[in-house]
Ligand binder design. Structure first.
Ligand SMILES: O=C(O)CCC(=O)C(=O)O
Ligand SMILES: [Fe+2]
Length: 274
């Protein structure tokens, strides 16, 4: 994989909340990654296992894949790609006022392996931002047409959602209690990734996004890696200095889709630190 990083790409990422590399993974590498994806799914040893109306999403630890680099060479190579690490580091560092005091991020801590094989939706098919904030790298294995449940984002919304999350986290530092589903007052201007195989979208999960809603005979096979920010604190939630122009702010309400009881974050690293 070849990603050329420069200042223009990074500022586009910071302002829009995502970058898309269309067809960046060559077919030979993508085939190997898909074979290893299938192997992990068939082995059945998962951190979590969700079943949807239209398929499944299972999660494995990035460290587990890296520890098996001999057997999973193409996935391991993707997880070790230095240009992705550099891109994510630069993005994270842009948020913090004292970046030199931060622990280094742990890249691709989790891999979500998802297949949507028939018409239907997933728990991610409605507009939302993630409760546990992260950067995700979404890799698409097949040709994603408009009926394949393409991933969509509403550009630049990651500033507004941070403010909303921040207000809630000051009351309860557990992000799993944040209202993270979104109802827009008017249809938003979305960017939809109708992209070829081997495309990678890197996105800030504070962006309002959705995906996985397959229609007709569409299908989608995708992997999303999850990299959590080094610290979830005031700096990470106050990026106002990057968004002096708030003319793009949108009118939306947030809601919590299910009963809140029983929710509690497993990894204290992700608690809001004030
Ligand atoms: O299915 C999709 O493309 C959306 C996935 C999603 O919401 C997420 O990984 O946070
Ligand atoms: Fe999400």
């Amino acid at each position: 994989m070849q990603i050329k990083l420069d200042g223009a790409l990074l500022s586009q990422f910071v302002v829009n909340g995502f970058v898309c590399f269309d067809g960046v993974i060559p077919p030979s590498e993508l085939e190997g990654m898909e074979r290893e994806f299938d192997r992990l799914v068939s082995e059945g040893s998962f951190l979590s296992d969700q079943r949807f109306e239209n398929g499944y999403c299972v999660s494995v630890a990035g460290a587990y894949v890296q520890a098996r680099a001999q057997e999973l060479p193409q996935l391991s190579a993707f997880l070790s790609d230095p240009s992705l690490h550099q891109l994510m580091t630069a993005y994270f560092l842009s948020f913090y006022s004292q970046p030199e005091q931060l622990p280094a991020p742990i890249f691709h801590q989790q891999l979500d392996l998802e297949e949507n094989v028939r018409a239907g939706s997933t728990s991610n098919s409605d507009w939302h931002f993630d409760r546990s904030p992260s950067l995700k790298c979404a890799v698409f294995f097949n040709d994603i047409g408009p009926n394949c449940g393409p991933f969509s984002v509403v550009p630049k919304t990651h500033f507004q959602t941070r403010e909303r999350a921040h207000r809630q986290l000051e009351k309860n530092p557990d992000p799993l209690f944040v209202d993270n589903y979104v109802k827009f007052k008017a249809a938003p201007e979305r960017t939809t990734f109708v992209v070829g195989p081997g495309s990678v979208v890197v996105f800030d999960t504070f962006l309002i996004h959705q995906g996985g809603g397959v229609t007709g005979d569409g299908r989608r096979k995708t992997m999303r890696t999850v990299t959590w920010p080094p610290i979830l604190n005031h700096d990470y939630l106050h990026p106002a200095r990057f968004a002096p122009d708030r003319s793009d702010d949108m009118d939306f309400e947030t809601y919590f889709p299910r009963d809140r009881t029983g929710q509690s974050i497993k990894n204290p690293q992700h608690l809001y630190r004030g």
